[in-house]
Design a protein around this ligand. Structure first.
Ligand code: SF4
Ligand code: SF4
Length: 56
């Protein structure tokens, strides 16, 4: 399992700062999660102001 960021992301960067394994980076239009690196901790979902990250 891994988290994924949906298209409601507003590019605030809060999730990337809280990811313990640096799985989150800024993509072309929004932040994205590397599913192979994500350890499913949920930090990104907890800090996101718009609820964009969710288990995928
Ligand atoms: Fe990083 Fe945790 Fe979010 Fe996965 S669930 S992207 S490990 S903060
Ligand atoms: Fe996008 Fe939410 Fe991450 Fe901010 S915290 S960059 S809105 S996914």
């Amino acid at each position: 399992m891994a988290y994924a960021i949906n298209d409601s992301c507003v590019n605030c960067g809060a999730c990337a700062a809280e990811c313990p394994v640096n799985a989150i980076s800024q993509g072309d239009t929004q932040f994205v999660i590397d599913a192979d690196t994500c350890i499913d901790c949920g930090n990104c979902a907890n800090v996101c102001p718009v609820g964009a990250p969710a288990e995928a």
